[in-house]
Design a protein around this ligand. Structure first.
Ligand code: GAL
Length: 647
């Protein structure tokens, strides 16, 4: 993989035109070679419906390009201008309680609204036609952060029309829908598709199958919305088309959106995410408040590498304090550099900082940029500049990472377990993320896979936690697979229609194990395991002839095994997760390296990267037992060295 580079998000429409040239020159002087523009500029591109004013964008592109920058041009569809509402008064989405998601911020549109989709197609075509041949253009971004601000599920009339039509296409016969959903229960049977409403607002919980189909429908609206823009751009341009996904957003199937784009990208805000989207204990959050969770970025790097089918970028990288988390600390000196390098080690082609200059107005005026509002250097700029120098002078990073372990991630499972958690703390993302952390704490490099994977032969170990229902691909891949696999908890516990499979969970012939019943656990009722650590949140009572590897201290099977298939009958806490995954990885012939909480390791074909997320130095060589490594790795620092160990 060649051409790793840095970029910055820039909003020419926010600044006097007389500043653009100097801004561009300063970017180039810092070693920045890419700039992303345009994604919120619709009101300046078309101030009144049909009155196009693209001359300023022509000049912005020319100025930035002439300075030597390559441009990512965003379609502006995440922020429709105010006049759009006059043309399409019913284009706004509605929240779960029916409230309108009004104009005055952004993402005020409904993915299902046909009129708005046409407007988006129109502006996309105008931009694609005009700029595709620009020598300065390097890539396209469609829209901005699908799903941000809880915008995937909408309860509008446009969505209802779409949902009914979608159900009619899927089931054809209303009787089939009734059977699939189990509507005989509580006399919920429908006589025709047009009687079906959204599953919100019911007296008590609605049918989980109804909810699951509503999630599927809503997810497909996002994919269709994205696909339409990509198809239009492709008619004019053969540059890569990307979207910028987010951290811990599971409301739509990113694999489905990614399948129609050329590469994935995501917006990485490590400190905001730690405060805003983490299940970690407060002590963990305090330890990493200025560094971010040591696994959160890495998880998404690996996830989006899969979504982008190997090609991915960071489209927005936190450069300093953000404005949107409950607490917004400044990063420890060195972290902006570390985050950037960690993304590169995981295979990012380009890392783009958000944003060039801090805005002195509107909602994000408290959000840091690489420059302060008065155009002085903010701390992030020096670190970005340092990375640019290091990239220019250092050896090329070979990629992608060299993973011996694969972890399956599935969006439908995230929907399913949010619909029916069966315990207040059961969250699918959390389960998969804690498995990921457990693997990383063993020093392992991981690939994340979609549940539609068909070939597992590259991996020595595959982990499938919490998968709602088996896909044909994964079932087949697993049956011909010669490595080790860890299944469960909760995997294979439902059919695609959200019922319990006739053969009972985990619904896997090769494993003579049946989950007879399950229980969720109160936070103060965790169950100690014989080998150390606990099950918490969830455990299952299993029977069958498979071998019992370990029990909880109350004598119930905690882990079962048959050949190379292990079944995990509960949700291990951090201590147990690290231990159990480490033991199985070793059993699969993988060399593990137990790591302290703040140290992480990433393997590429030619190198091993070490990242110290701790606020203190770590005695690297001693801690990992490798005297060829530096004795000490400073806080917020990383080391890259040639790979000497065998895999
Ligand atoms: C992202 C978004 C940007 C900006 C940024 C602030 O979610 O794409 O437009 O709002 O957050 O951190």
């Amino acid at each position: 993989m060649t051409g790793r580079a840095l970029g910055v998000c820039y909003y020419p429409e926010h600044w006097p035109e007389s500043w653009w040239e100097e801004d561009a020159a300063r970017m180039v002087a810092a070693g920045i070679t890419w700039v992303r523009i345009g994604e919120f500029a619709w009101s300046r591109l078309e101030p009144v419906s049909g009155d196009l004013r693209l001359d300023w964008l022509d000049r912005a592109i020319a100025t930035l390009g002439a300075a030597g920058l390559k441009i990512v041009l965003g379609t502006p569809t995440a922020a429709p201008p105010r006049w759009m509402l006059d043309r399409h008064p019913d284009m706004l989405a509605r929240g779960k309680t029916g409230q309108l998601r009004k104009f005055g911020s952004r993402r005020h549109y409904d993915f299902s609204h046909k009129g708005y989709r046409e407007e988006c197609a129109r502006i996309t075509e105008i931009l694609a036609r005009r700029y595709s041949n620009s020598p300065y253009l390097g890539a396209w971004q469609v829209d901005n952060e699908f799903g941000c601000h809880d915008t995937v599920l909408s309860y509008s009339s446009a969505a209802l029309i779409g949902f009914r039509a979608w159900l009619a296409t899927k089931y054809k016969d209303i009787g089939d829908l009734n059977a699939a959903w189990g509507n005989v229960f509580w006399s919920m049977e429908y006589g025709e598709f047009d009687q079906i409403d959204f599953p919100n607002g019911t007296v008590t919980e609605a049918n989980p199958s109804h909810w699951l189909d509503f999630h599927r429908f809503s997810s497909e609206q996002v994919a269709a919305f994205s696909r339409r823009q990509a198809e239009i751009i492709r008619r004019y341009s053969n540059l890569p088309i990307l979207h910028n996904y987010m951290g811990r957003i599971t409301d739509f199937d990113h694999f489905a959106v990614g399948a129609e784009l050329d590469a994935a990208s995501w917006d990485s805000y490590p400190l905001g995410f730690l405060e805003d989207r983490s299940d970690a204990a407060n002590s963990w959050k305090a330890d990493f408040a200025r560094q971010g969770d040591p696994d959160f970025q890495a998880f998404h790097h690996d996830l989006y590498r899969a979504v982008g089918r190997g090609r991915w970028w960071v489209m927005e990288q936190q450069p300093g304090p953000v404005n949107w988390a409950p607490y917004n600390p400044a990063p420890l000196t060195g972290m902006v550099r570390l985050w950037t390098w960690e993304a590169l080690a995981h295979g990012a082609e380009i890392v783009i900082y958000f944003r060039w200059r801090q805005a002195p107005f509107a909602q994000e005026q408290m959000h840091a940029g690489l420059l302060t509002p008065d155009s002085r250097e903010a701390p992030g700029l020096a670190e970005a500049t340092q990375v640019a120098r290091e990239l220019a002078s250092g050896p090329e990073i070979e990629g992608p990472p060299l993973a011996s372990v694969a972890l399956v991630f599935d969006y439908q499972s995230a929907w399913a377990w949010s619909i029916q958690p069966q315990g207040a703390d059961f969250n699918y993302f959390r389960l998969v993320f804690e498995v990921y952390r457990g693997l990383r704490l063993n020093g392992l490099t991981i690939d994340i896979l979609s549940p539609d994977v068909e070939d597992l032969s590259r991996y020595s170990l595959v982990v499938v936690p919490g998968l709602l229902a088996w896909t044909t691909g994964l079932r087949t891949a697993l049956s011909g697979y010669h490595g080790h696999a860890i299944i469960g908890p909760r995997t294979g516990s439902k059919t695609e229609h959200f019922g319990i499979p006739a053969s009972m969970p985990p619904d896997l012939l090769a494993l003579e194990t049946r989950v007879a019943h399950v229980e969720s656990l109160r936070p103060d009722c965790s169950l100690p395991l014989e080998g150390g650590g606990h099950f918490y949140i969830w455990r299952e009572i299993t029977d069958g002839s498979s071998f019992i590897v370990e029990r909880t201290v109350d004598g119930v099977a905690a882990m079962r095994r048959q050949g190379r298939l292990s079944y995990l009958c509960g949700w291990p806490d951090r201590v147990a997760m690290r231990r159990l995954l480490g033991e199985i990885a070793q059993g699969a012939g993988i060399r593990t390296t137990p790591l302290p909480d703040g140290l992480r390791r990433v393997e590429t074909p030619g190198e091993v990267f070490w990242f110290n997320y701790a606020a203190e130095p770590v005695a690297l060589a001693a801690v990992v037992g490798d005297s060829s490594l530096p004795e000490v790795l400073g806080p917020a620092d990383f080391h890259r060295g040639a790979r000497t160990e065998s895999r």
